[in-house]
Design a protein around this ligand. Structure first.
Ligand SMILES: [Zn+2]
Length: 166
């Protein structure tokens, strides 16, 4: 689901990483500093077919979302929106990193989910069966992303502990 397009009139600032350009739109400098660090650290998780990531902030919070990604597979780019609650005083930079890792991991999963969604939209009549399949796909993809994020957290933790023991 796409909440809004990137507002190209907003001030743009680029972070050029190997094979990936991250463009921040209208993000205040003190927040961009934090985000740059996160994208540098998480670069290896962005699929290599993604050439460009756009990052911008939304004015209002929606549901429980902290951030949201839309992958544009054909155009080789993905758009990340950050909701105001991302900057809550109680959220540490470490937690922000994992929020964005979660969004990044949605990108490869989206390659699988999108064709299934298109299939269901085009070949199923509106009704409970269609709603059920769509709901099942969404919750399965969300659960997969959560599981992958959790595995990566445990993996990074084990590396930290191994280094600490040396
Ligand atoms: Zn998610």
């Amino acid at each position: 689901m796409e909440i809004s397009k990137v507002d190209m009139t907003k001030q743009r600032s680029d972070l050029n990483l190997p094979g990936l350009q991250v463009s921040f739109y209208g993000i205040p400098e003190h927040k961009e500093v934090v985000l740059r660090e996160i994208f540098i650290k998480a670069r290896h998780l962005v699929p290599h077919w993604i050439e460009r990531l756009t990052v911008s902030e939304l004015d209002n919070d929606v549901d429980g979302a902290v951030a949201q990604v839309t992958a544009h597979i054909s155009y080789r780019f993905a758009d990340i929106k950050i909701f105001p609650r991302m900057w809550s005083n109680t959220r540490t930079p470490e937690e922000m990193y994992w929020v964005l890792v979660h969004e990044i991991l949605h990108i490869p999963i989206h390659q699988i989910v999108k064709p299934i969604q298109q299939l269901v939209d085009n070949y199923f009549d509106d009704g409970p069966a269609k709603d059920f399949i769509k709901e099942t796909i969404m919750s399965a993809s969300e659960a997969t992303v959560c599981d992958l994020t959790r595995s990566l957290q445990e993996f990074e933790q084990s590396i930290l502990e191994a280094n600490h023991d040396k």
